[in-house]
Design a protein around this ligand. Sequence first.
Ligand code: RNT
Ligand code: ZN
Length: 418
Amino acid sequence: MNQAIESSYQEARRLYARHGIDTDAVLKWLENIKISLHCWQGDDVKGFLFKDKSLSGGIAVTGSYPGRASTPEELRQDLEKALSMIPGKHKVNLHAIYADTEEKVDLDALEPRHFQRWVDWAKEQGLGLDFNPTLFSHLNAEDGFTLSHPNPEIREFWIKHCKASRKIAEHFGKELGQPCVTNHWMPDGYKDTPVDRLAPRERLRDSLDEIFKEEISEAYNIDAVESKLFGIGSESYVVGSHEFYMGYAMSRNKAICLDAGHFHPTEVISNKISSILMFTDQLLLHVSRPVRWDSDHVVTMDDELLEIARELVRGGFLPRTHIGLDFFDGSINHIAAWVIGSRNTIKALLRAMLEPVELLRKAEAEKDFTTRLALTEEFKSYPFGAVWDYYCTKASVPVREAWLEEVRSYERDVLLKR
Ligand code: RNT
Ligand code: ZN
């Protein structure tokens, strides 16, 4: 091990130990945390099934940085590259449109075999897989409604697709020996103020009930539902609102997915985690960064990321929380985006684990808010970076910005030749 990294770590270790924080134990803990790397950052949410269809559903990618993956092989190669620069063992999050098959198959007819190459690859790489039915970028989603569509035939198409998705997820879970989280998000909503807010919600409830009818063991598949406040083209009303899914998930024993970009701009998901986990078993996070709207910017080390990490650590919620990333920035190197967002998320968890939580709790209980504030602020400049560098070294991934050079040469040798 590099001498400077080792001695900086030992110095940091002593400093943290003074407050009862065992950095060696923290790193063992961190090693067990899985992040779900979203495949759709690798190709600007295009997928492979309907290549000529443009992205719909009120989400948008801007930028045309060269080199994005356009085949399953390229996407896997890029994911491998990204994962080689991220410490830990993680998961990859697939969307249905990323099926790897030569067959011409529509979403309602997808089967586990259309994803077998992903499964084989995940096995070989020691990765878990998560899944999402794709309820956008399709002819049957063109008018902005899917599972709550007034036309029963269109609803039926999407119900079939979601049922098929759960079977695919079950297969992932069985093959990989760890549960696959299947997240259901659909864009359904109105651009302008609706007259009837209730009927689409009743239809969505009924469609979801039909989809979840089949019992699938939680050892293989965990269902999650993702709410949203608004999208492009659904500014006035989204069928699957937060309140809708709070009620739905609680009454049906499903996991809620909180996406950091799906609320009012000053509303934060960090403040929702403890409440939701009082009443549900499991939580899915879509770690994202909304800049003025649900813009899905690459996750940076901002206050909200740190606050999310603190909530998970302090509340003891990590075993019940699935952490997924959800951003798509087409204006920078696609692999760098993954690396930056994932490393930040893991690093934020590390920072949270390195805080003197017991001391802070005690100060709070004693109404000593001065100590609470003083310690919280001082700990922001404690040497977590030395612990992070040591962790990266031990995990054989690049230390500090050294990964950027690797991305640059990969860009030169692989991406720009595509
Ligand atoms: C959209 C949701 C959803 C998608 C992915 C691609 O606003 O956040 O999670 O980003 O399914
Ligand atoms: Zn999301």
